[in-house]
Design a binder for this molecule. Structure first.
Ligand code: HMG
Length: 445
């Protein structure tokens, strides 16, 4: 069977930065440790006035096409995953195609375009769609462009405000990929949940504490479902585990739950039992509260062991490095986590040829998907082409007063008199409104 997977990717971050320890925490009267240690975030990326989901997505896609020497004729499908769309009919992919057609002689008239919605998991669902399209033999030799783009903003003073972010990830899905090969091994955990919604609004309605528990519950279900397809999992099976990362502290919780789950019945589980005792069983306790207290105590002890900490620092920690600097990018978040892990491996001389990744995606509302991927030779060159560190360094560092000024510009407002903080250069920029209320864009040299 021909390998199908992600051939290449590009990342585009919003051009403004909100420093959480230096700028946000003092203004909120909070200890910076709440953000840097508790949530695990140093900064958020924020969009400048002329940036939005279309510009960020188009810029990432343009860069990808240029680097891979592609023209529109090479692309048979453009799927955009977002939960920040501003139109209920016209998909963001048409706007992005329109942008790209400004800079190419050919057009995308024969590419199938769409928009995927299921909170943050829709980026991974779009990858799945592209994989299925190629596997079904409907691609006629062409590749799919999958773009995950979001302005992940919260209302001022919402507890989620510190986890904001903005950016886009463009991925080329093709046969004989150069980055990762996708597989048919997938598991789902999905339920009708009311934890995070955006009923025709840009800033979400969030039950933050509940959303954390829903994430964990659906992730556990997905892991169980995955084991039905792939068999029991051993902690040594996967080199890295990129999770959806709304903030690294969430992944810290999810990783502990996942590890607890996968070591059961393994040699690692036996060694752990010798060290900290057996995992609590519900049948040993009279009430749920007693059981949950015992689970918490066990998990705290587990995460203190050297064995767990070694696993965490190899399989999880590297996937969080970019996220710490940029915040939550919703649909792009898990794809940032994968890129972060691979980038760390390249920079530290780790050989990941043929290594397996377990990718744990999540979207509120709610659904988790766990799937397996294989890193393929060629990955180092692809990852080496990313310039995300430079982009992160070059962001404009907002003062708190500037942040307050620019925050609501992105609340789907039609007019703003806020001046831009940076100047667009060799990129697409928002260029005002058309006669039917459509957004217009131009390429700025
Ligand atoms: P909060 O209530 O302001 O924070 O917001 P907290 O008081 O719970 O503190 C956070 C952590 O910092 C805690 O750690 C504190 O102990 C610690 P934990 O106990 O959880 O391990 N802390 C400190 N640590 C060191 N030094 C200090 C200090 N102070 C406190 N001085 C909350 C937290 C998650 C509720 C908020 O950020 C929120 O509402 N976020 C938005 C929702 C969210 O991200 N949920 C995550 C799961 S749902 C998801 O991932 C989907 C999503 O991406 C959307 C989609 O799918 O579309 C959001």
């Amino acid at each position: 069977m021909t390998a199908v997977g992600i051939d290449a990717m590009e990342i585009w971050t919003g051009k403004l930065k909100l420093d959480l320890a230096e700028t946000f925490a003092p203004a909120q009267g909070d200890d910076p440790g709440k953000y840097t240690k508790g949530l695990g975030l140093r900064a958020s990326s924020f969009p400048d006035v002329y940036e939005d989901i279309v510009t960020m997505g188009a810029n990432a896609a343009h860069r990808l096409m240029e680097r891979k020497g592609l023209t529109p004729d090479d692309i048979g499908r453009i799927d955009v995953a977002t939960e920040s769309a501003f139109d209920n009919s016209k998909p963001v992919s048409t706007y992005i195609a329109g942008c790209l057609e400004q800079v190419y002689d050919e057009n995308f008239h024969h590419a199938n375009k769409g928009e995927r919605k299921f909170a943050c998991i829709s980026g991974t669902q779009s990858l799945d769609d592209a994989y299925n399209w190629i596997r079904a033999g409907r691609n006629r030799g062409r590749a799919a462009l999958v773009i995950a783009t979001d302005t992940a903003l919260y209302a001022r003073d919402d507890p989620g405000e510190a986890t904001q972010g903005a950016g886009a990830v463009a991925m080329l899905v093709d046969e004989d990929p150069n980055l990762v090969e996708l597989s048919t091994e997938q598991g789902y955990g999905s339920a009708d949940e009311t934890d995070f919604l955006k009923p025709n609004q840009q800033f979400p309605s969030v039950d933050g504490k509940r959303s954390v528990n829903v994430y964990l519950a659906r992730m556990r279900e997905a892991l169980e479902d995955f084991a039905e397809v792939a068999g029991d999992i051993h902690p040594g099976d996967y080199e890295m585990i990129p999770f959806h990362t709304p903030f690294p502290g969430m992944v810290r919780k999810a990783a502990a739950l996942g590890y607890r789950h996968i070591i059961r019945g393994t040699d690692v589980g036996d060694l752990m039992a010798e060290e900290i005792g057996h995992q609590p069983m519900r049948s040993d306790f009279e009430t749920d509260d007693e059981f949950h207290a015992a689970i918490k105590e066990y998990t705290d002890a587990l995460t203190e062991t050297e064995r767990y900490q070694d696993w965490y620092s190899n399989a999880i920690e590297p996937t969080l490095e970019i996220s710490r600097e940029v915040g939550n990018w919703y649909t792009g978040s898990v794809h940032i986590a994968r890129a972060s892990g691979l980038k760390h491996a390249r920079e530290n001389g780790l050989d990941l040829d043929d290594a397996r990744l377990l990718v744990a995606s999540y979207g509120s509302g709610a659904q988790a998907e766990v799937h397996a991927e294989t890193v393929v030779p060629g990955w180092e060159e692809e990852i080496g082409a990313l310039d995300i560190d430079e982009q992160i360094r070059n962001r404009y560092d907002l003062s708190f007063a500037e942040y307050e000024q620019v925050h609501d510009v992105h609340n789907h407002e039609t007019e703003t008199d806020v001046e831009e903080f940076t100047a667009p250069e060799n990129e697409f920029a928002f260029d005002g409104w058309g006669r039917m209320g459509e957004r217009k864009y131009r390429y700025v040299e």
